[in-house]
Design a protein around this ligand. Structure first.
Ligand code: ADP
Ligand code: ZN
Ligand code: ZN
Length: 741
């Protein structure tokens, strides 16, 4: 392609990441003046196909750069931002993420933006106030219905209305701008204040114990450079105090701190621990915010006004001009991994971000992932231990109950029931853990063995009794009514088998009528504020039974709980997933860790039908470190992740034959086109749940010791998969998968 030499021939172009499911970026033309103004990291409105969409500039092309003949060059519609809104470091992080997780860059960039900015609304949306100048201008808008409607509403509020609120009532910015051109209305900008407030200590730090001191000092040596720490500290060992004291020094230097917690960890209690220590601007970023609040919080973070940014998974992509420290608490928690769409792991992205930003990062957990132990073994993480509980608290005592021989009442051993009674009588609190919501997991007919199964999935229906009795499939959402008699033999002999939290709640109310039972699961906390109410009640020192699913396992500090009962964890011992032992051990230790965190010593009772399972031997000692080291050694022998790197292709279509045929052909190609022995290909095999929502699922797992090389080969192959697949087939790619179904 000949290069233009004469400047009049120069073609000004930018490369734009657009939010469509395509792996390319697209080039657009713009005027010389716009080209001057355009900044990498700023938004731009462009037309794509027939749509008008919001993209982000990721490159300014040299005016004499060759033109890619595949594309028809179009002009941009409009530059939306005067300056970049995503800084270079975060743009690099996003580009890296798109490459690493093999997801379209435009879609990835969108995860970093609040909804309003994705929609192409002005950056200063919340400061824009529209006022009427001419109160008798009906004539001038009579030719447009949209303008008439907008004008009418504006006239009702002579003091002005925020653009954001007008948008919500269906009035588009374009309409407002059109009326503005006629001189009838005007947009007034309110002053937006983005200057950071000085940080002050609102409360004195606790006197750190020796282990805490050592951890704090070691981390502080790494200020202003990249170093990754694993704070491996028992439940209740005071990890949060370590975070707070390290943060104090970083904040003192005027830097920002990004704190990531699991979705459910972002409780009022966690927030208030940070708020009561520091007087400064703290913002929250999580999925429960409405679009206005989210834009506000995001802008505070992105401009540097906020000093502490407390968020869940996706907050890792918030642009921060002054980042000085990243903390990721409960590092092992699965909610850091996005399991659909853009499947990234916030922990791994956070490690890469700290590296880009040249700042330290602390990963904290009482039950670190085997991934982290592996990184520590390779000296990529500095492991710091806290081996005693902080303050006066001591570790709880563990007891195993053999359900095969125990006397039982309503699914609980009578010994456990007695112990619960004793604690409640002493005005202490009890936590009962069962990781299964609903009333019962199975409904069967006692006469003919019929089972209530979902017609669309390979799964049982769960029986729910509230707000009315019904059958619910937890995999596809199907709801059926509860039959009066068996659909197969017509007998009235249907019987629920097993128990879920709703059933246990019923039993507990019968067994302990004098004490309140608070149930915490997705069904009982779906209403806004209900979790907060339960929280407030637990913080009062009154005898209470707290019952719930894994929502209760996450890092909470319940000072009055002295007995924890784990009713049934046997499912985790039977699972085919190689990570099942790790997850089960983490769950047991985390739930157990809620006991005895205050002044009184705690107990933990674990019911099982398999008391001789080898895992219990170590777990009963609460020796997670030994367990983890052993598990890592096992993985090393079996060449399983993290000792080899994995990529999982999931395939879904109307028939398993179609899946198998397509995947077999494609894996054959991969085999032929890569170096021998570089990638181990497992499959295609049917997924553990073969049929889900009426569609058939299959997998191919790819494993290799050489991550870079494997990713290189798979990149090309994945594009071919997408091009060659039948149109009704759905394919997804999961790099470093955490789950096999
Ligand atoms: P973790 O996050 O490791 O589970 P927490 O940070 O919740 O532990 O600490 C458990 C309890 O111990 C909290 O009530 C906390 O205030 C207290 N604590 C932490 N460090 C100290 C210390 N150095 N002296 C006294 N109490 C402490
Ligand atoms: Zn029957
Ligand atoms: Zn189903």
């Amino acid at each position: 392609m000949p290069k233009p030499t004469d400047s009049s021939l120069a073609i000004y172009r930018i490369r734009v990441a657009v939010p469509v499911y395509l792996y390319d970026c697209f080039d657009y033309k713009l005027s010389a003046e716009q080209y001057q103004q355009a900044e990498v990291g700023a938004r731009v409105a462009v037309s794509f196909g027939r749509q008008n969409i919001t993209g982000v500039i990721i490159e300014k092309l040299a005016p004499d750069a060759p033109i890619d003949p595949r594309f028809q060059l179009k002009f941009i519609t409009e530059l939306l931002d005067e300056t970049a809104i995503i800084n270079n470091k975060v743009l690099s992080l996003l580009t890296w993420s798109a490459q690493y997780y093999q997801f379209p860059i435009g879609e990835v960039i969108h995860t970093a933006l609040p909804t309003f900015l994705r929609q192409g609304k002005p950056y200063n949306l919340l400061a824009r106030n529209w006022k009427v100048l001419d109160l008798a201008a009906e004539d001038k808008v009579k030719r447009s219905e949209k303008q008439q409607a907008a004008y009418k509403i504006l006239k009702l509020h002579p003091q002005g209305t925020q653009e954001n609120i007008l948008n919500l009532s269906g009035i588009e910015t374009a309409t407002l701008k059109a009326i503005e051109k006629k001189g009838i209305i005007r947009c007034e900008l309110e002053q937006q204040n983005f200057t950071p407030e000085p940080v002050q200590l609102a409360q004195m730090p606790l006197t750190a114990n020796d282990e805490q001191k050592k951890a704090i000092q070691t981390i502080l040596k790494a200020q202003n450079k990249y170093q990754a720490f694993l704070l491996d500290g028992l439940t209740g060992s005071g990890k949060t105090e370590v975070y707070l004291q390290v943060m104090q020094e970083v904040l003192k230097q005027g830097k920002q701190v990004l704190v990531l917690v699991p979705e459910i960890g972002l409780t009022p209690q966690t927030i208030s621990r940070f708020q009561s220590r520091f007087h400064c601007n703290i913002v929250l970023l999580h999925s429960g915010l409405n679009d206005t609040k989210r834009l506000q919080a995001w802008q505070s973070a992105q401009t540097g006004k906020a000093s502490i940014i407390l968020g869940t998974r996706s907050a890792i992509y918030t642009p921060l001009p002054n980042l000085g420290l990243i903390i990721l608490d409960e590092e092992h928690d699965l909610s850091f991994k996005q399991q659909e769409g853009f499947r990234y792991h916030a922990r791994d992205v956070a490690l890469y971000r700290a590296h880009l930003e040249n700042c330290p990062i602390i990963l904290g957990s009482a039950t670190p992932s085997i991934e982290c132990y592996y990184l520590a073994q390779q000296d990529k993480l500095t492991r710091l231990e806290l081996n005693q509980r902080a303050g006066a608290a001591v570790m709880p005592k563990m007891h195993l109950i053999d359900l095969k021989i125990a006397q039982k009442k309503q699914g609980m051993s009578t010994q456990l029931i007695d112990e619960i009674k004793k604690r409640l009588d002493k005005k202490e609190q009890v936590l009962i853990f069962l990781n299964r919501r609903g009333y019962a997991p199975v409904l069967i007919c006692e006469s003919c063995a019929w089972q209530a199964n979902c017609p669309h999935c390979d799964a049982h229906f769960t029986l729910h009794m509230k707000p009315y009795s019904h059958l619910h499939c937890h995999h596809c959402g199907t709801i059926n009514r509860l039959p009066d008699s068996c659909p197969q033999c017509n007998q009235q002999t249907l019987k629920p088998i097993g128990m879920g939290t709703a059933k246990v709640e019923e039993s507990l109310n019968e067994l302990f009528p004098d004490f309140p039972v608070l149930r915490v699961d997705r069904d009982s906390t779906s209403r806004v504020g209900s979790w907060q109410k339960i929280y407030d009640q637990i913080q009062k020192s009154q005898p209470t039974i707290l019952l719930g699913t894994q929502m209760l396992a996450k890092g909470h500090h319940f000072p009055y709980v002295t007995l924890v009962a784990i009713l049934d964890i046997d499912g985790g011992l039977l699972s085919v997933d190689f990570r099942a032992p790790e997850r089960t051990a983490q769950l047991i230790i985390q739930v157990a860790g809620r006991s005895g965190r205050g002044e009184k010593k705690g107990d933990v009772y674990l019911q099982t039908l398999r008391p001789d399972h080898p895992m219990f031997e170590i777990i009963m000692q609460q020796d997670y470190q030994t367990f983890a080291k052993q598990t890592l050694a096992d993985r090393q022998l079996a060449l399983l992740p993290p000792c080899r790197y994995a990529v999982l292709i999931r395939c879904e279509s109307r028939s398993q034959d179609e899946n198998q045929k397509f995947l077999s052909e494609m894996t054959q190609q991969l085999r032929q086109n890569t170096e021998a022995n570089l990638i181990d290909i497992w499959g295609p095999i049917p997924a553990p749940m073969e049929r889900k929502a009426g569609r058939y699922q299959a997998h191919v797992a790819l494993l290799s010791q050489d991550r870079a090389k494997m990713h290189f080969y798979i990149r090309h192959w994945w594009q071919q998969l997408l091009q060659n697949k039948p149109s009704s087939m759905k394919l997804t790619i999961d790099v470093d998968p955490q789950e096999l179904n």
